[in-house]
Design a protein around this ligand. Structure first.
Ligand code: NOJ
Length: 949
């Protein structure tokens, strides 16, 4: 009977689900339960109306900080440990950002805290200080005035107890240590083993140290450092973390008075506006965890950790936006509490110095720029990378790769990139092709390239431990491998079997890794081959939580715990560099990474990992893209169709439609899934998929504009509703639709089965035009939902009035072949009959654009009464006759469609010459007027005006 029930339970259990037990909850990791419990004690005390004061104090009495221009360092003490010294340094940066660092000074132990996160995350580890910032101290409060005068930014530092408030014109935006949860665990010597304590240590550690202690009048040590038997060694399942440095965690609290919404902290499969993790009726019970993991079949709605970590949070209300960037690479958990006084957050990290930056906003756009100034702008991708990618685990032979190309051509579906997963490599020794199945990789790549296409091959960070493999012997002999706590090279299990991992934090590995990708060394590669870095969390199949032991050692003696979340970015960075410099005439690289950290946007694209081909995954992904995007990682996409499972035709079509609007558009599938390349389906399914992919190709100029804005200003490629309309409170929680760059294109994926209509939220007093029909949703002073018909072949795609959307209607088999094709412009007029747009063009592959080889046009439509004009003018300070402009001098505009024009045109002229046009008047059934101008005879590189009278 029991067996039958068991068997039944197995059968009924969902086939695909994350193994939650493989990943820790906060209470299962000693620093998290210790530091998180400070907040529960604080709350318990508050409930009983007992005082709870921070034990941290700056300086003593009238002591002033040591000062250098824009930077002040205060001695910091804690009444818990009067003999331990800390310091707190405050920098006012030129960007109007303040940086706060705290560290222990003169530890009696030999240990130091990891202090290099800024080196990897920021463009400059020490960004320029503001010489004009000033500090005054009165009545125990030091006030820093900084930033542009008109911004009225101040940082008020209360010395005792420590509290820091960032204000704009006197209004508090962020309060640090408002709840007195700030705490830094100082280094201490390992106590002699007390027999009882050792015996008491539990493997799983659940519940340990969670005992809520009676609150003292003034906090004592137990308040901040709950009893914990795992301080110097921690066991979990079969793994023991030796923790030689003992406890060195820290706890930060940031409150955002007046802000009810916080966004960011990617990567989580959660709503964009982060719901609460604590407090009555909280949405989640676990904090948002930042700990890069290889998580199989993840849950579509959860605060569990995923593959990447950007410790950046935006807090937003209709009057202002502020950001906190916490430069920490160790495991971090963040609790979010929504209260009547705004959002309160509590961050706990395992190791490293305290190093956070406060970004002042005041608008989301300002935050994007401030973040990009600190971390660098996103890479300008090669243009092909913004087109369609076809992947599968695996295309198994050279012949199959060519067959896939040909089949796309046969059914007239464009394709730019064909991918090779791990099976191309002999025994998963990346770089070594399986010559049985890929006898002539160069011929294959050349054949693909001859059609204007590219290939991507996977190169994972695990290195097969085999003496005949040069990557292994080289890295072993150069002593650049990650080590175990005992100093020997670490080995673990991955696709390759027994493997080692190169320490990409070690500068000695950099030049060597670059060399591995040169055409002289990797003889089977050509310049049509680009790279996919997977498994770089890193994934270690036999390691704790499927990753590396925390006490592994990197260069400089740093523990893996200190740098874990940064690890994937180091690999991505070095691969990207290698691909950039492999040709004398450097071309833009393309490297996809799974793992990422703050700053990874400098190195290429990411995707959101092993999703499931289910409706809930499709539905949840939009919020994940948006959350990644506002933290810089906006070259993002998901496996179209879902990595696991065999999606129905309907879900596949919907996923392709969603994919066509993901910044990174790639179909991918697990090795055990049924084949699902678009050409395999019968009509009408194939046609629906074809339409979605072709639409992406038509709109590539609009996507390229958005990528260019991301690379120049740090803007996301796709914009969440709140960032596009920062004052519209009704849109702050909307995370299932988004805008493409500044194009005015508003997209919403259809994510429910059988949906025949879909509602779209419109925030502003502008008309919105349906991209696929003449339908217009009129302007309205009130935000509203509009209902759009969404039969399987269609989905919501609207153009906000006031925008000009460039496209290329002729689609070729690869985007690289479309560079000479003419453009079309959709001019969607706003309420006043005006519209703006842009068109940015360069060669799509090189760095000529950095020295002025590009064309950038400002497009503008103005209505004057019942007449109007559309003008193209040059923008940018490059030469009008630069090499790229000359090369595309013959490229013209073949069609202009003006939506919402009020006049009844009698003539359309360009420089006095008549152009052919058609006009359809608006009707009361909700269709806009449509003016189509055919072949106006203008070239994209020239200044011109089309007059409508
Ligand atoms: C895990 C990746 O997430 C997936 O996309 C890939 O196909 C497999 N590794 C095999 O390389």
């Amino acid at each position: 009977m029991r067996l039958t029930l068991l068997a039944l339970a197995v059968l009924l259990a969902p086939a695909l689900a994350v193994k939650k037990q493989d990943f820790k909850e906060c209470a299962q990791t000693s620093f998290c339960r210790r530091l998180r419990s400070i907040a529960s004690r604080s709350e318990a005390a508050a409930a009983e109306q007992r005082a709870f004061e921070s034990p941290y104090t700056l300086g003593s009495g009238a002591q002033t900080p040591s000062t250098s221009a824009g930077s002040w360092t205060f001695p910091l003490t804690s009444s818990l440990y009067p003999d331990i010294s800390f310091s707190l340094r405050v920098d006012a940066l030129e960007a109007g950002v303040v940086r706060v660092r705290a560290d222990e000074v003169g530890s009696a132990t030999k240990w130091r805290r990891y202090n290099e996160t800024a080196r990897w995350a920021l463009l400059e580890a020490e960004p320029a200080l503001s010489a004009s910032a000033s500090l005054t101290t009165a009545d125990g409060v030091s006030t820093v005035s900084y930033g542009a005068k008109e911004d009225g930014l101040t940082l008020e530092i209360t010395h005792s107890p420590l509290k820091i408030v960032q204000k704009r014109h006197g209004t508090p935006l962020v309060v640090f240590n408002e709840r007195s949860l700030f705490h830094v665990e100082h280094f201490r010597s390992k106590p002699e083993p007390a027999p009882e304590a050792v015996e008491g240590a539990e493997g799983e550690g659940e519940g340990e140290g969670q005992k809520v202690l009676a609150a003292p009048e003034t906090p004592d040590r137990s308040w901040f450092e709950a009893e914990d038997n795992d301080l110097f060694e921690e066991r979990w399942k079969q793994w023991t973390d030796s923790k030689p440095k003992g406890p060195e965690g820290f706890s930060l609290d940031f409150s955002f008075p007046g802000s009810d919404h916080v966004f960011g902290l990617p990567e989580h499969a959660s709503p964009l506006s982060l719901p609460s993790t604590v407090g009555e009726g909280s949405y989640y019970t676990e904090p948002y965890r930042l700990w890069n993991v290889d998580i199989f079949e993840y849950v579509a709605d959860s605060s569990m950790a995923l593959y990447g970590a950007v410790p950046l949070l935006h807090a937003h209300n209709k009057d202002s936006s502020v950001g906190v960037l916490n430069l920490v690479g160790s495991e971090t958990w963040v609790d979010v509490a929504h209260t009547d006084a705004g959002v309160k957050t509590h961050w706990v990290s395992e190791s490293g110095i305290v190093d956070f930056l406060l970004l002042p906003g005041p608008r989301p756009t300002d935050l994007f720029k401030q973040y990009a100034e600190l971390t660098g702008p996103a890479q300008m991708p090669p243009q092909f990378a913004t087109a369609y990618h076809q992947c599968r685990w695996n295309y198994n032979t050279q012949a199959e790769v060519i067959e896939v190309q040909d089949k796309f051509d046969e059914v007239d579906i464009p394709l730019d990139v064909t991918w090779l997963d791990i099976e191309y490599a002999e025994e998963h020794r990346y770089f070594d092709w399986d010559k049985k199945n890929f006898p002539d990789p160069v011929k294959m790549q050349d054949e693909v390239a001859s059609k204007g296409r590219k290939m991507v091959a996977i190169v994972d960070p695990h290195v097969k431990k085999q003496d005949s493999f040069r990557i292994y012997t080289d890295s072993r002999d150069q002593d650049i491998l990650i080590k175990k706590a005992d100093g020997n090279n670490f080995d673990g299990w991955c696709w390759t079997g027994s493997s080692v991992w190169v320490d990409f934090f070690n500068p000695k590995s950099w030049e060597w890794w670059t060399r591995m990708f040169t055409f002289g060394v990797w003889k089977d590669s050509t310049k049509a081959l680009f790279i996919w870095n997977d498994m770089n969390e890193p994934s270690v199949f036999d390691g704790p939580e499927i990753t590396m032991p925390k006490d592994n050692i990197h260069v400089g003696g740093w523990e893996h715990r200190d740098v874990h979340n940064i690890n994937g970015m180091m690999f991505h960075n070095q691969t990207q560099h290698a691909i950039t410099v492999r040709e004398a005439d450097a071309k833009r690289p393309f490297v996809l990474s799974r793992s990422f950290f703050a700053g990874s946007h400098r190195y290429g694209a990411i995707w959101i990992g092993d999703n499931l081909g289910t409706w809930d995954h499709l539905a949840g992904e939009t919020a994940v893209f948006l959350s990644n995007s506002i933290a810089g990682m906006s070259f993002v996409g998901s496996d179209v169709g879902g990595f696991f499972g065999n999606p129905s035709h309907e879900i596949l079509v919907r996923w392709y439609q969603a994919g066509a609007f993901m910044p990174f558009f790639r179909a991918h599938a697990h090795i055990d899934t049924k084949r699902r390349e678009p050409y395999l389906f019968d009509e009408p399914i194939r046609g629906y998929i074809r339409d979605a992919i072709r639409l992406r190709y038509q709109l590539l100029p609009t996507w390229y504009n958005a990528f260019h804005d991301a690379a120049t200003h740090g803007y996301p490629v796709i914009w969440p509703q709140y960032a596009y309309f920062p004052e519209d409170e009704g849109g702050f929680a909307v995370d299932d639709q988004y805008y493409v760059g500044d194009s005015g294109l508003l997209f919403k994926p259809v994510v429910t089965e059988g949906a025949t209509t879909t509602d779209v939220y419109l925030a502003d007093n502008q008309p919105y035009y349906d991209y696929f029909s003449d339908r217009v949703f009129p302007a309205s002073a009130k935000p509203r939902n509009v209902t759009i018909d969404t039969p399987l072949e269609s989905f919501p795609l609207l153009v906000q009035g006031g925008h000009i959307v460039p496209s290329r209607q002729r689609v070729r088999r690869a985007s690289t072949l479309m560079w000479q094709d003419p453009f079309s412009l959709v001019v969607a007029l706003d309420r006043d009959g005006n519209a703006q747009g842009q068109l940015y063009l360069d060669d799509g592959e090189g760095y000529g654009f950095e020295s002025g080889e590009y064309v950038h046009r400002a497009l503008s439509f103005k209505s004057k009464g019942y007449a109007g004009s559309l003008a193209s003018t040059k923008t940018g300070d490059n030469a009008a006759d630069n090499a790229w402009a000359k090369k595309i001098a013959h490229v013209g505009v073949e069609r202009v469609v003006v939506l919402g024009f009020r006049g009844l045109p009698s003539s359309v002229t360009v420089g006095g010459k008549e152009a052919e046009f058609e006009f359809k008047v608006a009707n009361k059934g909700g269709e806009s007027s449509v003016l189509v101008i055919k072949n106006p005879g203008v070239k994209v590189v020239d200044d011109w005006v089309i007059e409508i009278a």
